[in-house]
Write a protein that binds this ligand. Structure first.
Ligand code: GLC
Length: 431
């Protein structure tokens, strides 16, 4: 068997091993539940060898959708003492399906569009059913995470961004006062992974303070977004949702859903105007912004790089962003680091403060390729391939040494290999 076929086989085995009966855990032990955007990316991996199973992954994710449209970031199908904070801390979700209390980047629409495009009558039917769920999900984001209708999506917890300890949240998070009655708790993440790679204790106390605020108000999202201790505009969700809205619009047009198509066009217009608010003149870049104080984060992260994936920004802004991305890529052996290496908080091994994440690479590279920046897009893809070939399917990778870090046999890394970083992508493109 050649080396690439061997990697394909390993990736497929990982997805199968992490399958818990129609949904996939990110990796066993460290993350024993179904995560929102993990599942969406994982479906792209399944799609390369079992499209039925790919649909199932998304359908099971939407089983946890709340009545108000939200799709939570974690679904706790059964309690697992290996993970903290579990269902008893969140106290959220439906009776039959306990969950966390906020969402995660909404990649599902973009994945469903790919599944429908892959063809087949059954796909058309399943896409139609899911369309209404996804529409309700996007309505929820535009309503509850942009209550002032500014065209800017705010997150109420760093975990909602999917980029937990990013420098994007530092200032706003440190302004959160730790709840005096937080009580003692025992982290579980540091039982599995070296504490040097994980968020620090001062951050963890605040993460739990934010969970407590949500729980104490019964997860009333209007209240949380208006009065909660944390509301920060996330360029990651902003750009991912814009992309997902465009993909949802394509689905609406395909299904003849005219009223919904108009509604989505309205969201896109608003987001295109709102994106301007994320442009920091000082940094000359798209950055996160504290929606309470108006302050920019001052960090260029892998989320800033998603501007091309969203097809957002003016020609001038995009030209400057390409310069930033080229500079950042030139500073490391393996692109694309989660934080600009010239930022003082850059730590190449600490989670979202430097490491390379395959799912971000996939979106950044795809956006760049679509915008015609082929060399940079290919650099990111060949770095991704080299990392996996040399190290295996880790959760994230050191951008300088290439060392695989975090959890091993990771579902979304395996999925990104199959769907994009490995040779399968070349075969699709050649077809
Ligand atoms: C971590 C990541 C998040 C991911 C989850 C499960 O919390 O920051 O993005 O969804 O792990 O893999």
């Amino acid at each position: 068997m050649d080396v690439q076929a061997e990697h394909d086989r390993q990736a497929i085995d990982i997805l199968k091993a992490n399958d818990r009966g129609g949904f996939t855990v990110p990796t066993s032990r460290l993350y024993p539940y179904q995560w929102n955007w993990d599942s969406a990316f994982v479906a792209l991996g399944f799609m390369t060898f079992d499209i039925e199973r790919a649909w199932r992954e998304i359908e099971m994710l939407f089983e946890g959708q709340w009545d108000d449209g939200m799709v939570p970031h974690i679904l706790f199908r059964r309690d697992d003492p290996d993970y903290f904070p579990g269902p008893s801390v969140w106290q959220a979700g439906k009776n039959a399906m306990p969950s966390s209390g906020h969402s995660q980047p909404p990649v599902a629409a973009s994945v469903v569009r790919e599944l429908v495009d892959a063809g087949g009558e059954d796909g058309e039917r399943r896409g139609r059913v899911l369309f209404d769920n996804i529409m309700a999900y996007h309505r929820w984001f535009h309503r509850e995470r942009d209550p002032e209708r500014m065209g800017v999506i705010g997150i109420v917890h760093p975990w909602e961004s999917g980029r937990d300890n990013s420098a994007d949240w530092d200032d706003a998070l440190m302004r959160v006062e730790v709840a005096p009655d937080l009580g003692r708790y025992q982290r579980r993440d540091t039982n599995h992974i070296d504490a040097e790679e994980r968020p620090k204790q001062a951050q963890y106390d605040r993460y739990l303070t934010l969970v407590k605020f949500g729980r104490d108000c019964g997860w009333n999202h209007e209240n949380i977004a208006r009065n909660g201790p944390f509301l920060v505009a996330d360029p990651g969700i902003q750009f991912i949702l814009m992309r997902a809205d465009r993909d949802l619009l394509a689905l609406a047009e395909r299904c003849g859903k005219d009223a919904e198509a108009d509604e989505i066009r309205g969201w896109l217009k608003l987001s295109e105007a709102g994106t301007e608010r994320l442009w920091s003149e000082r940094m000359s870049a798209f950055c996160a912004r504290d929606l309470r104080s108006g302050d920019f984060s001052g960090a260029i992260t892998s989320a800033s790089a998603l501007v091309f994936y969203a097809d957002a920004g003016s020609a001038e802004q995009r030209a400057v962003m390409v310069e930033h991305l080229t500079r950042i890529a030139s500073k490391v052996d393996y692109a694309f680091p989660s934080l600009d290496p010239e930022h003082p908080r850059f730590e190449p091994k600490r989670y979202w403060l430097g490491p390379v994440w395959m799912i971000m690479n996939y979106m950044i590279s795809r956006g760049l390729a679509e915008a015609g920046h082929i060399a940079l897009a290919e650099r990111i893809r060949s770095d991704s391939r080299r990392l996996i070939e040399a190290q295996g399917f880790y959760e994230y990778f050191h951008p300088e040494t290439g060392e695989g870090c975090g959890g091993g046999d990771f579902s979304w890394t395996a999925a990104m290999w199959l769907a994009w970083a490995g040779p399968g992508w070349d075969r699709t493109k050649a077809a």
